[in-house]
Design a protein around this ligand. Structure first.
Ligand code: GLC
Length: 421
């Protein structure tokens, strides 16, 4: 399909999933506002409607709690087609929200929007958003680092945004699911269950939700006491990059105290990121904060160190060797999991398929680190996947087949913002 036809389709997908002030990831499977989806969606809107792009981020932050936390879902309207809905989370907020968060991409988006147009009108919006973004980033450092690792833990696999990645299998195996009770999944009513997380995964998701709810969503306590506490390489690298982008914005806005604070946050995170380096594997891997064990898995998130600006020539060579090896075993980069491990499953969600949003983050990082050929290869693969198959939720890295939900907002957005170029 010609590039401008795909452009039209992508804009059409965003318009069709636009609910006025927020955008749903997909009208049937995901009928609410999702946190990092909105951050990506705003990048797409920015290519043709900058005002609407700012609005997407503003509506996300209108769901922020007073402790700085920004929820992973805002339930602007109830919808029986999704489990677990607002009554299950029972966060007691208005609008109702979930009680867990997601990868903090929003500040990086704010920088992109600002770079589209830094006029006075948009500066006002940025100034209003700035303290909210800073409060969220501070929340990660305070509520999610009770062990003083210098990096935040996630307390639910959904917080990684990479729900069923095998990185969570061992840490989540200690979650007690014996009192979960009966519940009805809705995702497998819309989609083929072979492409979705398993029943065991879901029991753990629900048990961890119930754990947080029983603590009344007291984030400090959950951060200390949750049976699932993992330092996710994805969230870590995304937060580090978001802190750099916030620092850039603080500087532009002349906010000197924030500049000083963010400089020291960035320095600290940069030093501490080494805790995730697994020298035996030769990659950054998520690590269980409860047991200290590395997941020993190379996932698409392992390559986000470039995006975070965590650079080290010896380590980078080893990472690029993995990338090169992986590229020889799939047709399309970037599979969410190393195809050489037994957990690899080309169609099951975050255990193999390629996702446009991760491709963008990794491609962007490789580009800024000067690895232009790899960046271009990942972009070209993403472009082909979308051109040939459409705006799918994710893609089989072996055949290119689009799977999961169709007409997906973040895939359309990544096309407009990055893949089409
Ligand atoms: C799935 C994805 C998550 C995304 C959500 C909405 O749960 O794993 O990353 O935010 O769907 O698209």
């Amino acid at each position: 399909m010609a590039r401008d036809e795909v452009d039209l389709m992508a804009r059409q997908v965003l318009r069709q999933n636009d609910r006025g002030t927020y955008t749903v990831p997909n009208g049937s499977v995901y009928p609410f506002q999702w946190n990092w989806d909105s951050a990506f969606v705003a990048m797409g809107f920015a290519t043709f409607d900058l005002d609407r792009a700012w609005c997407e981020i503003e509506s996300l932050f209108s769901g922020q709690w007073s402790d700085g936390f920004v929820p992973h879902i805002i339930f602007w309207k109830d919808d029986a087609g999704y489990f677990p809905g607002p009554a299950v989370w029972s966060s007691g907020r208005s609008p109702p929200t979930s009680g867990i968060t997601q990868p903090p991409v929003a500040a990086s988006t704010a920088r992109i929007l600002w770079e589209h147009d830094a006029s006075k009108m948009h500066e006002m919006r940025l100034r209003r958003l700035f303290p909210k973004m800073l409060a969220w980033h501070r929340w990660f450092a305070s509520a999610r680092d009770s062990q003083h690792i210098g990096l935040p833990v996630i307390v639910h696999p959904w917080e990684s945004g990479r729900d069923n990645s095998p990185e969570w299998d061992i840490p989540a195996s200690s979650v007690d699911v014996s009192r979960v009770g009966a519940y009805e999944r809705r995702d497998t009513g819309h989609l083929d269950e072979r492409m979705r997380p398993t029943r065991v995964d879901y029991d753990r998701y629900v048990a961890l939700l119930q754990f947080g709810r029983a603590l009344n969503w007291d984030h400090e306590r959950i951060g200390r006491e949750s049976p699932f506490r993992v330092v996710d390489v994805g969230v870590t690298m995304i937060l580090l990059r978001a802190n750099r982008d916030l620092l850039f914005l603080a500087d532009k806005l002349g906010l000197d105290d924030a500049v000083t604070e963010l400089r020291s946050t960035v320095d600290r995170m940069e030093r501490c990121a080494s805790w995730l380096w697994d020298d035996e594997i030769g990659a950054y891997c998520s690590r269980d904060a409860v047991t200290g064990r590395s997941s020993q898995l190379v996932t698409s998130a392992s390559f986000l160190s470039f995006y975070a600006g965590v650079l080290d020539s010896a380590r980078d060579v080893r990472l690029l060797n993995h990338l090169s090896r992986i590229s020889r075993s799939v047709k399309f980069l970037l599979p969410s999991l190393d195809p050489a491990v037994p957990e690899f499953d080309a169609r099951r969600y975050w255990r193999g398929p390629a996702w446009a949003v991760i491709n963008y983050l990794v491609g962007n990082g490789l580009q800024s680190a000067g690895h232009y050929d790899w960046a271009e290869r990942i972009r070209a693969d993403t472009r082909r996947l979308i051109e040939v198959h459409g705006m799918y939720e994710y893609f089989c890295p072996l055949s290119g087949l689009g799977i999961g939900g169709d007409d997906f907002s973040w895939t359309a957005s990544i096309w407009l913002h990055w893949a089409r170029q």
